[in-house]
Design a protein around this ligand. Structure first.
Ligand SMILES: *[C@@H]1O[C@H](CO)[C@@H](O)[C@H](O)[C@H]1NC(C)=O
Ligand SMILES: *[C@@H]1O[C@H](CO)[C@@H](O)[C@H](O)[C@H]1NC(C)=O
Ligand SMILES: *[C@@H]1O[C@H](CO)[C@@H](O)[C@H](O)[C@H]1NC(C)=O
Ligand SMILES: *[C@@H]1O[C@H](CO)[C@@H](O)[C@H](O)[C@H]1NC(C)=O
Length: 422
């Protein structure tokens, strides 16, 4: 395709459609990805076990349908000399990728793969630049259902006009005729949503997440204003989940993991598990499983209206420095987030009452906080009567007029509620 034609194509995409319409990801994609726990330590046995576990544990029934291979799956030293195609690593993926997708499909789940828009992937494996149609055709022939395309090792032309090159892949995938979720993983350009939503099903909005509370908070803050850009088929991607991930001895606490998951569901984020599913049925992982399979939280994420949650108010008392530490005798830092839902009725909403406190949960300058939400902040009449259901305790809390005030919320924890206007 010459670049004038592609520019024309791209600008017509620009004018004709607001969001990407390849028929898939009408609700945020849910599944698993190998990177957060395993990085490059992946092989076909891990993938096969993960497919088995995602099905037998009940995670697939809860909605987690994609099993996505991240970086390091291909033959590192080059493409096939005759066809120019990517080659699965001959040792770690000796049975090939197509056999894995057939296995996934036989179990009722889907298979995703990873590539890079530049010369090489982030871990140094062959990239897709100048091979967009070849790779799209290979992935389609392998019956791949999801492609994450990364942004490492790019020449200046890609850095300057990333939409052109991600656009090539979007077109190449379309030409295969196979509906493939297209996950754009370009984390550097600002205001990605301006172009990415027209050519991809999701786009990363930040640097990589890592297993730290600081990373989770930083990503929440960077996604605060992005709610206008999410809609069915096109999602802001605040990166994959760290719930239950243990890496270099670090993990999130249970409250932090619950908060992370609550926000990601409210933000209409793709829900891609990062933890080791071979351990998901161990007794000490029950809390992880319970967080990840909460029906109401998932129902918020998967609501057909695709409305990304927004920050409704922040209550900051006392003097708090840039890192979030309290510089006065005591401080309060709470946030309220919310969004409309269409289920169970058109007058339904979800809200999160979040005691953010300071960066260190042991800091005694912050304490538990009761947090209030006024119905008017969600666009309901100020005297509305609203039934409140607590998502994490699974309790009906009754009907409240005008507002609701929670019991004291622990630090780094949330009260997550579903609301139905009466
Ligand atoms: C392609 O050819 C080069 C040079 O002959 C060789 O070193 C390389 O291993 C070949 N690659 C593959 C994937 O066969
Ligand atoms: C290709 O693009 C057209 C036009 O947007 C769309 O109708 C069609 O569903 C797409 N097909 C695939 C496989 O993505
Ligand atoms: C984790 O992410 C935070 C926030 O972006 C960053 O400051 C920190 O350096 C990261 N830590 C690691 C180990 O990469
Ligand atoms: C917090 O500090 C303020 C003023 O420094 C004081 O009036 C208030 O009683 C303190 N609150 C608590 C809960 O310690």
């Amino acid at each position: 395709m010459n670049s004038f034609l592609s520019l024309l194509l791209f600008s017509s995409l620009f004018i004709l459609t607001l969001s990407h319409n390849n028929g898939v990801a009408r609700t945020p994609p849910m599944g698993w990805n190998s990177w957060n726990q395993f990085a490059c330590n992946i092989d076909q046995d891990l993938l096969t076990d993960t497919i088995d576990q995602i099905v037998s544990s009940g995670l697939a029934d809860a909605g987690y349908k994609f099993v996505n291979i991240d970086d390091c799956w291909s033959y590192k030293n080059g493409r096939d000399n005759k066809t120019n195609e990517l080659i699965p690593d001959p040792v770690r993926f000796s049975r090939g990728i197509h056999s894995l997708s057939k296995y996934a499909h036989s179990k009722g789940v889907k298979l995703g793969i990873y590539g890079d828009v530049g010369f090489t992937t982030c871990a140094g494996y062959p990239g897709t630049l100048d091979h967009f149609q070849t790779d799209a055709d290979t992935f389609a022939r392998w019956e791949i259902d999801y492609l994450k395309l990364d942004f490492c090792d790019i020449p200046k032309k890609v850095q300057d006009e990333p939409w052109i090159y991600f656009g090539y892949m979007s077109e190449a995938l379309n030409k295969t005729g196979r509906p493939i979720v297209f996950s754009i993983c370009a984390w550097q350009p600002k205001e990605m949503y301006k172009w990415a939503r027209k050519i991809g099903n999701s786009w990363r909005t930040t640097d990589d997440i890592n297993v730290s509370w600081q990373s989770v908070l930083s990503i929440i803050d960077q996604n605060r204003e992005l709610y206008p850009y999410a809609e069915p088929g096109s999602w802001n991607d605040p990166d994959m989940l760290e719930v239950g991930v243990v890496r270099d001895g670090r993990s999130l606490s249970q409250n932090q993991a619950r908060t992370h998951f609550s926000l990601w569901t409210l933000l209409s984020a793709p829900l891609l598990l990062g933890n080791d599913l071979r351990k998901i049925r161990d007794p000490d992982q029950k809390w992880v499983f319970d967080i990840l399979t909460n029906r109401d939280a998932i129902a918020v994420n998967q609501d057909p209206n695709g409305a990304q949650g927004r920050s409704l108010y922040q209550n900051i008392q006392g003097k708090i420095d840039r890192d979030g530490n309290c510089e006065s005798k005591n401080c309060t830092r709470t946030e309220v987030w919310g969004r409309p839902l269409t289920r169970p009725t058109k007058q339904s909403y979800a809200a999160i009452l979040f005691n953010r406190a300071g960066p260190n949960v042991d800091d005694e300058k912050f304490t538990q906080e009761k947090i209030t939400i006024r119905w008017s902040s969600l666009g309901m009449p100020s005297d509305a009567k609203v039934r409140v259901k607590d998502i994490w305790s699974n309790k009906d809390l009754g009907v409240y007029q005008g507002s609701f005030t929670s019991e004291p919320v622990e630090k780094h924890n949330v009260v997550y509620i579903r609301l139905e206007q009466q």
